[in-house]
Write a protein that binds this ligand. Structure first.
Ligand code: 6R9
Length: 634
């Protein structure tokens, strides 16, 4: 029996049990039946969470682009692979067929090879949400190069850190990008970033026609090269465990972690989860509103959908341009069947006049998805009632950059949904809840820290150039377990609800921000002595950032206002505008333990305005500052 598409709850439980009892057989059957391998594996899985080392489909040979493109050419050559909806609704949408996408990818692969890019080289991609972004990812994969996409909202400093850390050979960018009524000088940001790194070539896509500087011998317009390139390119033969890409994610401290995903397992996992979690049918139009700069875009705009021969929509713009009805207008225009977005977008849209969602035809929708952070009850109901008309299941999908694909989620029309619950583990996924002493909490109605007990094909294999940190961050907290950094509870029927991060990562509008790197940026300000950042609930963004800053010398409020601006300016430069602080409180000192650790727990409570629950402050070195901070709370 093929388990590629699960039809009902009974079948889910049946297949789930098999997937846990015989994981190797389970994944082998899926890999064998639904993908194109140039050579089959010698071994399905070898693993050891203590080293940690995980290998799936070892010895197999493939190229993921043959699975995403070539094999569809006969049956789906004229089917639309990508619908591109531009920022400006007046600009015509593009429909790129599988045949055209295949040609564009081959041309781009030839350009990359002509620029000296070969298997294993790192390519930095800093592009807006335009078709060239998807084409570039696939072209890298076709050549065997490792793509490193940096979200085009990140600052020049964030960009250069990532280029240097993964030692990229080349950067692919655009002259500019459109975001609503604004345009952004992407190329200028790249120029600034490259002052700190050694890059020989920059390929530039023309998008905004803005006036930019082209550095001689370094910067080249892409289009003329593509025009000259051949549309044949023999795909490079890759090992299943060869890296496909690096994608950086924030840690609670230190520099961002370059998560490394490999080829075979990632392909099988993203394709299989896509098929089941969205119940994609042959002629459906699927739309994920994420940016390809995040893992959600990698797995569920590009690889998962294309490996299934799906039609995937890419939107260049923002939800509020030209007005707050844009998402719904796009759903109506392209008759979107599966719509996948983030709670922060849902909350922002739910605040607008109902007419935006009501004066459009949303009847094409079959499945609604949510990802990125816990979805609160109010947002869930609005999404369910107003957008889903109470008849379309919401798949609240929990997963991470590190997991490569969806880990806990309802299957639509299979798993009964429950507001704010991600519900059941995906097939082959073995979650565990742990208590603080390291014991696994068995049975239902328990709450603890979420771990995964057994490998799954889509998991990241290491942190680029830092395997020790990979081990330390994910495999050292609990023995023989992958630790997610999230808290979760399991209800009376075994449904999971993710309660949020248990480490110093704050999710603001769906973006993970480690507080450590933010504090490092603030502390660079000459007037700052030290700082602590915590999250606090925010109606639309989910969380916002509250900074406690102590200064070398205390100043007047006028000075403080300027300082607030300068601090946010520093954060914008070092990390990006998304990381700006909503509130900055200047304080004489920060509450510390006797060992000198800042007591963030207390600061978090104060920021949340929950003074009743400060816990024991008597062990502090300086308990008196707590009252002072409360008195001057913003
Ligand atoms: C895919 C993605 C991962 C963190 C994760 C968790 C939070 C994601 C969630 C969710 C509750 C959901 N998260 N999905 N929390 N319910 N459905 O978002 O990856 O950017 O690496 O973030 O996001 O805290 O640990 P990434």
């Amino acid at each position: 029996m093929s388990h590629y598409s699960i039809k009902n709850l009974e079948e889910y439980y049946q297949v789930y049990r098999k997937s846990v009892r015989e994981p190797e057989n389970f994944w082998e059957e899926i890999a064998e039946e639904h993908f194109l391998w140039r050579k089959k594996w010698d071994k399905v899985l070898s693993w050891d969470f203590s080293s940690p080392e995980v290998k799936w489909f070892e010895g197999a040979k493939l190229n993921i682009t043959e699975n995403c493109l070539d094999r569809h050419l006969l049956s789906r050559g004229h089917k639309t692979a990508i619908i591109f909806e531009p920022n400006n609704p007046e600009e015509e949408a593009q429909h790129i067929t599988y045949k055209q996408l295949h040609e564009r990818v081959c041309k781009m692969a030839n350009v990359l090879r002509d620029q000296g890019i070969k298997k294993g080289d790192r390519v930095c991609v800093y592009l807006p949400m335009i078709p060239e972004l998807a084409v570039t990812l696939l072209a890298c994969a076709r050549v065997g190069a490792i793509h490193n996409v940096v979200f085009a909202g990140f600052s020049s400093k964030a960009l250069s850190t990532r280029i240097v850390d993964s030692d990229c050979k080349i950067v692919i960018t655009a002259d500019g990008s459109y975001r609503g009524s604004k345009s952004i000088d992407l190329k200028g940001i790249v120029d600034e970033a490259l002052q700190d790194c050694d890059i020989e070539k920059v390929l530039v896509v023309k998008r905004t026609n803005s006036d930019i500087t082209m550095v001689e011998d370094r910067d080249v317009w892409l289009q003329p090269l593509l025009d000259e390139a051949s549309s044949d390119f023999e795909a490079e033969l890759m090992d299943a465990e060869d890296p496909l890409f690096i994608l950086y994610t924030s840690g609670s401290t230190g520099k961002p972690k370059g998560m490394v995903h490999t080829t075979g397992g990632y392909m099988v996992y993203t394709a299989y989860t896509f098929k089941n979690v969205f119940q994609y049918k042959e002629n459906d139009v699927y739309w994920c509103t994420a940016d390809i700069g995040w893992i959600t875009g990698h797995s569920y705009i590009v690889y998962g959908p294309l490996a299934n021969g799906a039609t995937t929509l890419m939107f260049e713009g923002v939800p509020h341009y030209p007005d707050f009805g844009r998402f719904w207008q796009i759903v109506e225009k392209h008759k979107v069947n599966q719509f996948y977005t983030a709670p922060t977008a849902i909350r922002a849209l739910a605040k607008q006049n109902l007419s935006f969602a009501e004066n459009v035809d949303l009847s094409s929708i079959k499945v609604l998805g949510s990802v990125g952070e816990p979805i609160n009850e109010e947002a869930w109901h609005w999404y369910n009632d107003i957008i889903g008309k109470g008849k379309n299941p919401i798949v609240d999908t929990w997963w991470q950059t590190e997991t490569g694909g969806i880990m806990i989620s309802p299957l639509p029309y299979v798993t009964p949904t429950k507001p704010t619950y991600a519900t059941l583990p995906f097939l082959g996924v073995q979650p565990a809840l742990m208590d603080e002493s390291g014991e696994e909490l068995k049975g239902n109605q328990v709450e603890g820290r979420l771990c995964i007990k057994f490998p799954w094909p889509g998991m990241a294999r290491t942190i680029w150039n830092n395997h020790e940190r990979y081990k330390e961050t994910y495999f050292s907290t609990y023995k023989n377990m992958y630790f997610t950094g999230d808290g979760a509870l399991r209800d009376e029927v075994g449904y999971y609800r993710i309660t949020g991060r248990v480490d110093d990562v704050v999710i603001v509008s769906g973006h993970n921000l480690g507080t450590g790197p933010l504090e490092d940026a603030i502390n660079e300000h000459p007037a700052v002595s030290e700082s602590a950042i915590v999250g606090f609930p925010h109606e639309i963004k989910g969380n916002a950032l509250y900074g406690y800053v102590s200064l070398k010398e205390t100043g007047e409020s006028r000075v403080h206002d300027n300082l607030r601006k300068e601090i946010n300016q520093l954060i914008s430069e070092r990390i990006g505008p998304i990381a700006k602080l909503d509130k900055i409180q200047f304080t004489e000192a920060l509450p510390k333990t006797r060992s000198g650790k800042i007591m963030r727990r207390i600061l978090r409570k104060i920021a949340e305005n929950d003074m009743s629950n400060l816990g024991d402050t008597s062990t502090l070195l300086n308990p008196e500052v707590v009252q002072d901070i409360i008195d001057h709370r913003i």
